[in-house]
Ligand binder design. Sequence first.
Ligand SMILES: [Fe+2]
Ligand SMILES: [Fe+2]
Length: 405
Amino acid sequence: MEKKTVLFVDDEPNILSGLKRMLRPMRRTMNFEFAEDGPAALEVMAAKKVDVVVSDMRMPGMDGATLLATIQDQYPHAIRIMLTGQADDESILRTVSVVHQFLAKPADPELLKQVINRATALQDLMADERLKEVISSIGPLPSLPETYARLQQVLRDPDGSLADVAAVIEQDLAMSAKVLQLVNSAFFGLFRHIESPGRAVNLLGLDTIKALVLGVGVFTDMKTVSSKIFNVKALWAHSMATAAFAKEIAIQETDDRVLIDHTFVAGLLHDVGKLLLFCRMPEEYEQAMHLATGSSCSLLEAEQEIFGLSHGDVGGYLIGLWGLPGPVVEAITFHHRLHSYPDPGFGPALIVHVADYISYRLVPDHCIGEKPQLDEEILDQAGMLDKIGQWSDLCAELQEKNSDR
Ligand SMILES: [Fe+2]
Ligand SMILES: [Fe+2]
């Protein structure tokens, strides 16, 4: 396979030389380029094909956010990773949509390596000819749901406040009602009834509410009528349960907020590829479902047979196009094939894989023709296999509370 080229941009020469030393052992598999500021980075980009850009946020002249936005515009195929210091919170919000993944400074060499490997694996997959063919036969892809896009805009404004976020949700009455209904389901374990999006943001956090707005928006925008075998409501219920279970598992094992939030969004959108395929090619998708019910092949094999790819690939492609964080895109893409994921340790991809399986075991009717299998070998390698019983009990408890309400 062709060697990938990674470009590092940092205004501190010490950091660049540290990176050079650290990356030396990886030179057999990757090419590295280094630039000391934004304009120098753009010169490198103009001279050769760069696959991944890792940029510092704070640089004199052109800052990292502006550089990555320019790169997104001119070289959309390049993966954009931002290195951030502790004081960068606000500027991070401003750049969310131009960055594939954030990494804290100083970068841990192992983590950096993993992130680059995962991102390039996904890049190869997205460049797959068959995927491009199916995507182009689907027609223009749905755009980011409007209310979610407006939320992102508010978040990018340095003067934006939580009240502004709530106001955006309130303006969309249907959205507001649906989000509140979800917030008040037992999945979130809140003990009082929440009546306003503002309260919901305060209690559950901005990222959870943002994810719900995105999920509701996607399912509302892709207007499609359920058929005899494809029930859109059931798919939504399955997605919501998978998200809640995934979040529960994540909280049980870590207090990494970002990981927990990524896991929740990925759970909510993991089967969005099914919705997209059914919405745009209903006959072919039903054919796949018939094939899966009528014979001994799984839905994934049937999708492969008819489309040459699976709903994970299509869903990941769409979510990647919308600029959601790399770990979310990866979890959606690989939720049925952890074995081809370059980093199947504990993280959103592994958790969503398990939550999807538990969701199927607890509410099989909601799975729309799919019978997810646990990849026990990978779970064993990740040292997580013996956790499955405990995780299943946790989710069953949550499911029980939810059906009582
Ligand atoms: Fe799936
Ligand atoms: Fe699923």
